[in-house]
Design a protein around this ligand. Structure first.
Ligand SMILES: [Zn+2]
Length: 273
């Protein structure tokens, strides 16, 4: 949406846009982010820390900063900046906007061009998503697959970048909340729709893929586009990294041999807050 058009939905934020542009130029090349808050008739700009581990490519607002902003007034807009690229919302921006049900205002710096995105029911395609931790990552791919292919709703978990390096064990801690049963990799033949828990350059399992059957998985690795890749038992990288299989209770024919009773999940905190 070009500026200065009569129907420009950002026109009402005139002065605030200048303030957002100033802040964003100061933070460049990192992305800046924050809110436009309304309290009574007053609207004002709040900047929040960008807690993304890759702040030049993406932004992340910590849940506590969201809560603080909600305490300060009504959140009208979430804003952030793009450096040396168009202000148009990325796939991750659209997904975030849909998830928090708030419009996004994006400024491109240094030139100060704006774009505006309003939630409209957008859903990211399963394949060829860019990686944005906590937004478009391996768990998002798994969760979206379960919703779209199986119509099974899985809980969402707030997760920091690299939670597995900070004492987190998100998958083993939370699989039961998603109504999954956990198996050691070699204890069951894998079947279609199973989740394969892998340890990718990590001590703990930090990655999940969906088994699609016929020797193919769907997954989203950090730094890559989401994809379908071959998975042949006992051969190649991904089978070697696989530690556990998780199977949704609705897809289990028998419950006798799961590890549910043995409390294998360890570790606290980190990923889910
Ligand atoms: Zn963006």
């Amino acid at each position: 949406m070009a500026l200065n058009e009569p129907d420009d939905p950002t026109a009402k934020y005139g002065d605030l846009k200048a303030e957002i542009t100033d802040i964003s130029r100061q933070r460049a090349p990192n992305e800046a982010c924050g809110f436009i808050i309304k309290a009574g008739k007053e609207a004002r700009v709040i900047e929040t820390p960008n807690t993304s581990a890759t702040p030049k490519q993406t932004f992340r607002i910590a849940p506590e900063d969201f809560e603080r902003a909600e305490d300060a007034g009504k959140i009208a807009v979430v804003w952030h900046s793009h450096y040396n690229q168009r202000p148009d919302p990325s796939m991750g921006d659209k997904v975030m906007s849909e998830r928090c049900k708030l419009p996004f205002l994006i400024v491109s710096v240094p030139n100060g061009e704006f774009a505006y995105y309003e939630p409209n029911g957008y859903e990211a395609p399963l394949l060829e998503r860019p990686f944005v931790h906590g937004v478009l990552d391996c768990f998002s791919a798994f969760r979206d697959y379960y919703k779209r292919v199986l119509n099974i709703d899985l809980p969402e978990f707030e997760r920091e970048d690299d939670w597995w390096k900070k004492g987190g064990n998100l998958y083993l801690k939370n699989y039961k909340k998603g109504n999954f049963k956990l198996f050691n990799k070699d204890d069951v033949p894998i079947q279609k729709h199973d989740g394969l828990l892998m340890a990718i350059r990590s001590e703990v399992v930090n990655h999940i893929a969906v088994y699609l059957g016929d020797g193919v998985i769907y997954h989203h690795l950090q730094g890559r586009l989401s994809e379908e890749v071959p998975y042949v038992i006992d051969r190649g990288y991904y089978p070697k990294q696989t530690r556990h299989v998780v199977r949704h209770a609705s897809l289990c024919s028998s419950t006798s041999d799961s590890m549910d009773g043995s409390e294998k999940s360890t570790g606290d905190g980190g990923g889910s807050t």
